[in-house]
Design a protein around this ligand. Structure first.
Ligand code: BDP
Length: 689
């Protein structure tokens, strides 16, 4: 037993005799081709999983099978006749990178199981998929599965700050990477890679997008002198080689967040001007060095001209100049630049800035640049409308950035499941190419995909809260296939994590499903309000406690009403959408209620469709949100004795704290609304009424 949790890779023994027997029948022998690091990772995984699940060790062969009953064969068609003869080879060759087939076949009269793909990475995913089916107790005798990832890039963005091992917005302990001890590897890295590969993640940005400390006087040294820029130094790069090979076994390419001013910080130039020949040479030589050591590095992630990080504006250049100069250096190595579009500060309404900055640059970024855009225009709020940049840059490779870590949704304490939020984003109809162009359809190119800000740390739970593991799982699954439903993904996670007891499955699934809406209600009052949390003066504001008075600009509360006018008359954010979405948001009549106050400043007593006033709805939502969390806590309590004590207690205690915090949010927000509006709660629930 490792000291830390196995998450969803538990491989609990299958107790149902008939199910176990049917699995055993096709897994008595196993052969995995022996040609690559990925294949040895597969063999290791089968050795871990099958004896646990089946209570019997398969016989592992060292050469391809001839005729023998009950064979599990994993390899490409080239690897063995059995596979070439029992699956349609052309269909395998046509699979996207990472795709795979799983088939129950009869070969020479023997009942077998085949996992095949055209790439070794595909074999890894196919193996984990098969193991998932066994964990879910699915029948396998008729298997005929063909899977391909929807997106080419499914990247995790660690916000780990090297050397100090802190994790920005990390609520699961310090960085799992022991940076100072690299290149030494810890067993935990392998387990991490297994977890990621098991859900199809194929890239990991190892360090925080903040790679230098922003020049702010109040910057708090304890949270992080951001030394990430040092990773481009040769000695540090050498230290990463072991980690890179380990991830390679699981088909995961490492990436680095780099600093735009690296030519000055790491090199000894006196400028980082992207149009300066010496700067370009520097990046080229640096890229050559990097790829010499880590040949399959995916590329660089860059946060430039954002929150104090240096960027092309320092030299009167634009984002295209900056991104393309660095991309050119990576091009010969098949590396990409992922360039973030998270910019704000120069516009009164932050929402409009990213579009204003990036949309005019469409078509100018090099083919090896991906512009990485946060799902909403503000900043990972509990709920925001989708960023207008999706659908506005048809000639640019785009990446969608979402947050697994619960920075604004209760951090390590609240059970807030983000999958329903992400699904809302994927399904959002951009009208980029008329009806039928949801966000999920715009990320399919070879240089596009999805990036998720990770929620993992050194904690035994990995994520600081057992239920937050679901966000990691769901990220991988939805980035593999955004068409999978919330129900499917959630149930998969619950069954693998907590076992097959139907009461447990139903209860945990329900808790997760309902948790997000509850959080929106008590943390914002709903109706599209955002950013009502505590910021504070210090760098890395805590974003955990309620503090609506601190930044009224975000929610627009005033004596005459609440909400921010982002219509044409206001900041004009609505006009950045295409019609008919722009029209729908522009009019108070047609704007969906969940975003009403995001787009409109309305009187406190403005009547909603059902006759309730705005302020009353805000009160109701705040109170309902708390009631809902109490209900979810009670649902969890019914699981006592049905799941292990350790996880039961941990989550139960956190639920108690979540209820207390939700009440605090409710009370602060409700009193704030009450004070500004001067209108009492009809139901007299606010103390001063
Ligand atoms: C904000 C976080 C901050 C990040 C920033 C970013 O509070 O820690 O550095 O986003 O995404 O949400 O760059």
């Amino acid at each position: 037993m490792t000291p830390y949790d196995d998450c969803w890779l538990r491989y609990d023994h299958i107790t149902a005799d008939d199910v176990r027997a049917s699995y055993r029948r096709r897994c008595r022998h196993a052969y995995v081709s022996e040609k690559s690091p990925e294949c040895s990772a597969i063999r290791d995984e089968l050795r871990r999983a099958l004896p646990e699940l089946l209570g019997a060790k398969p016989h592992f062969w060292h050469h391809p099978p001839t005729t023998v009953d009950g064979f599990l064969a994993i390899g490409t068609p080239d690897d063995m006749a059995m596979i070439a003869e029992s699956v349609p080879v052309d269909a395998v060759a046509e699979l996207e990178d990472g795709g795979f087939l799983i088939r129950a076949v009869t070969w020479n009269g023997a009942d077998c199981l085949v996992v095949t793909a055209s790439t070794d990475r595909g074999l890894v995913y196919g193996t984990f998929h098969l193991l998932r089916l066994l964990q879910l107790r699915e029948p396998i005798d008729e298997l005929e599965i063909r899977e391909e990832p929807t997106y080419a890039n499914r990247l995790l963005n660690q916000w780990d700050t090297p050397f100090r091992r802190s994790v920005e917005r990390g609520y699961g302990g310090e960085s799992i990477f022991d940076w100072e001890r690299l290149p030494d590897l810890r067993p935990r890295y392998e387990d991490y890679a297994r977890l990621l590969a098991s859900v199809g993640i194929n890239g990991i940005v190892l360090n925080n997008v903040n790679t230098t400390k922003p020049p702010r006087e109040s910057a708090n040294d304890a949270v992080g002198a951001f030394e990430g820029w040092q990773l481009l130094e040769s000695r540090r790069l050498e230290d990463l080689t072991g980690l890179a090979s380990l991830f390679r076994r699981y088909g995961i390419r490492p990436y680095l967040s780099v600093n735009f001013a690296a030519p000055m910080l790491v090199g000894d130039l006196d400028t980082a001007d992207p149009l300066d020949e010496n700067v370009r040479d520097w990046w080229r030589e640096k890229a050559d060095d990097v790829y010499e050591l880590v040949p399959d590095l995916g590329g660089f992630l860059i946060k430039a001209d954002s929150e104090g990080q240096p960027g092309p504006y320092d030299y009167d250049r634009d984002h295209v100049d900056g991104a393309n100069a660095i991309a050119r250096a990576l091009e010969p190595h098949d590396g990409r630049v992922w360039w973030r579009a998270f910019v704000y500060g120069s516009h009164e309404d932050r929402a409009v800035q990213a579009y204003d900055t990036f949309e005019p640059l469409d078509g100018e970024f090099s083919d090896t640049v991906t512009v990485q855009i946060k799902n909403g225009p503000i900043d990972f709020q509990p709920r925001e409308p989708v960023s207008t940049l999706f659908g506005a840059m048809p000639e640019t490779d785009l990446g969608l950035e979402i947050q697994l870590t619960q920075e604004y949704t209760g951090q390590g304490v609240h059970a807030t499941y983000h999958l329903p939020l992400w699904k809302e984003v994927f399904e959002f109809e951009t009208q980029a190419d008329g009806e039928g162009t949801p966000v999920k359809s715009l990320l399919r190119g070879a240089g596009q995909g999805v990036a998720g800000v990770a929620n993992v740390g050194e904690d035994d739970t990995w994520t600081g809260h057992y239920l937050s593991q679901a966000n990691l799982y769901a990220f991988g699954r939805v980035a593999w296939n955004p068409d999978l439903s919330v129900e499917t993904i959630t149930e998969e996670w619950v069954r693998q994590t907590f076992g097959a007891d139907e009461v447990v499955v139903e209860t945990v699934t329900e808790i997760l499903r309902d948790s997000w809406e509850a959080c929106i209600d008590y943390e914002t009052g709903g109706l599209g309000l955002v950013h009502m949390m505590h910021n504070g003066e210090e760098f890395l504001e805590n974003h955990y406690y309620p503090s609506p008075a601190e930044w009224p600009g975000y929610h627009g509360a005033s004596e005459d009403g609440i909400g921010v006018d982002r219509t044409e008359r206001g900041s004009g954010y609505t006009t950045q959408y295409r019609d008919p979405i722009a029209e729908r948001y522009e009019s108070v009549e047609t704007c969906p209620e969940e975003f009403l106050l995001f787009f409109h400043h309305l009187p406190w007593d403005y009547e909603l469709d059902d006759g309730t006033t705005v302020v009353q709805r805000l009160y109701d939502n705040c109170f309902d949100g708390v009631d809902e969390v109490k209900r979810l806590r009670d649902r969890w309590r019914t699981l006592e004795g049905r799941i292990d004590e350790r996880r039961f207690r941990h989550v139960a205690e956190r639920f108690d704290e979540q209820v207390a915090q939700a009440e605090r949010w409710r009370d602060v927000l409700a009193s704030y609304f009450r004070e500004y509006s001067g209108i009492p709660d009809e139901r007299g629930r606010i103390r001063r009424d």
